[in-house]
Design a protein around this ligand. Structure first.
Ligand code: BTN
Length: 283
C-alpha cells in the first residue's frame, strides 16, 4: 500500500490523522490501543498492509495477508458515549463499509451484529474494543478488515462462506480509494449515533430481515424470525412462542436457516409483523 498517497488524502473530515502505517503489524487494533493509552487523539488511524496476529470477534483470528486487504483501526474519543452508543459503533463500521462498497456498484448487506456480506459470502468484519473508566468511555477502537483481493479470502475454519471485493467487482479495486471511502462514510455516520436515520439505514441493509435465523455462540442457540434491531444494536428475534427476544451481540453470531444451502438469499424486505418485546436481554 502506498502510504504516502494515503497520507496525502487525509484527514477525511476529522478522521485519519495522525496516521500510523506499517507494512506489517501484529494487529492494527492492538497498536491503536497502545497509542490510545499513550494519549493519541480522536481520529488517529492505524493501517497495516499485513497483520500477523489480526483479531476477530469472539477471540477468533483475522487473516490479513500482504497486498490483499484493508486492515484499519480508528481511535475514537467521543465526548460522551453510553454503553449503548458504543454498541452502535460496530453498526456504524459495518454500515460505512457496505455503503462504500455500494458506491462501487457492489450491493452489500450487514449480517448482525457487524459482518458485511455479499451474496457470495462475508467480505468484511468489524471489531470494536472499548476501555471504560467507570461510566466514562476512555476510548473506542473501531477496527475494520476488508477482503479486497482473492488471496485475502480465508479458506479454513469458517462458520460462514467468505469472499472478496474484487471477485464481486470482477476487476482491480484500489485499496486506498476504498479505505478513504469507508472513512468518509464513517465520518458521516459517527455524528449521528443513536439517530433514527442511522437505525433506518441499518435496518434497510440488514441481511435476513423477516427470515428464520439461528443465533448461536458458546452454549447458546436460539432460533426465530429476525424481526429487526434496537437502537442499542441488539437483535430482535421473534420466537415460535410469539414472544420477541432482545439479544445483545456478545460473542454471538447469526446464520440463516435454510436446509437447501441457499444461505445467500438475502432479503431487505420489511419484517412481517413484530411481536411484543419481552424484557429479556442477553448481553
Ligand atoms: C470479525 O471477526 O468479523 C471482526 C474482524 C475485524 C478485523 C479487523 S482487521 C483491522 C482490525 N485489527 C484487528 O486486529 N482486527 C480488526
Amino acid at each position: 500500500m502506498k502510504a504516502d498517497r494515503l497520507r496525502a488524502s487525509l484527514p477525511v473530515g476529522s478522521l485519519g490523522l495522525p496516521l500510523e502505517y506499517a507494512p506489517r503489524m501484529r494487529s492494527t487494533n492492538e497498536r491503536a490501543q497502545e497509542l490510545a493509552r499513550q494519549g493519541a487523539p480522536h481520529g488517529t488511524l492505524v493501517v497495516a498492509d499485513e497483520q500477523t496476529a489480526g483479531r476477530g470477534r469472539a477471540g477468533r483470528k483475522w487473516l490479513t495477508p500482504p497486498r490483499s486487504a484493508i486492515a484499519m483501526s480508528l481511535l475514537l474519543r467521543p465526548e460522551s458515549l453510553s454503553e449503548a452508543g458504543a454498541g452502535a459503533l460496530a453498526v456504524v463500521g459495518a454500515l460505512a463499509v457496505a455503503e462504500a462498497l455500494e458506491n462501487r456498484g457492489v450491493r452489500a448487506w450487514v449480517k448482525w451484529p457487524n459482518d458485511v456480506i455479499l451474496p457470495e459470502g462475508k467480505v468484511a468484519g468489524v471489531l470494536v474494543e472499548t476501555e471504560w473508566l467507570g461510566e466514562h468511555l476512555e476510548h473506542a477502537i473501531l477496527g475494520i478488515g476488508i477482503n479486497v483481493r482473492p488471496r485475502s479470502v480465508p479458506r479454513e475454519n469458517l462458520d460462514f462462506p467468505a469472499t472478496c471485493v474484487e471477485q464481486s467487482v470482477g476487476g482491480r479495486v484500489d485499496r486506498i480509494d476504498l479505505l478513504l471511502a469507508v472513512l468518509g462514510r464513517l465520518e458521516a455516520w459517527l455524528g449521528q449515533l443513536g439517530s433514527r436515520d442511522l437505525m433506518r439505514a441499518w435496518e434497510a441493509r440488514l441481511a435476513y430481515l423477516g427470515q428464520h435465523v439461528t443465533v448461536f455462540g458458546p452454549g447458546v442457540e436460539m432460533t426465530g424470525r429476525l424481526a429487526g434491531v434496537t437502537p442499542k444494536g441488539q437483535l430482535r428475534l421473534a420466537l415460535p412462542s410469539g414472544e420477541t427476544l432482545t439479544v445483545g451481540a456478545g460473542g454471538l453470531s447469526l446464520r440463516p436457516i435454510d436446509t437447501s444451502g441457499k444461505w445467500a438469499t438475502l432479503s431487505t424486505a420489511a419484517p412481517e409483523g413484530r411481536g411484543k418485546a419481552s424484557g429479556r436481554t442477553r448481553r
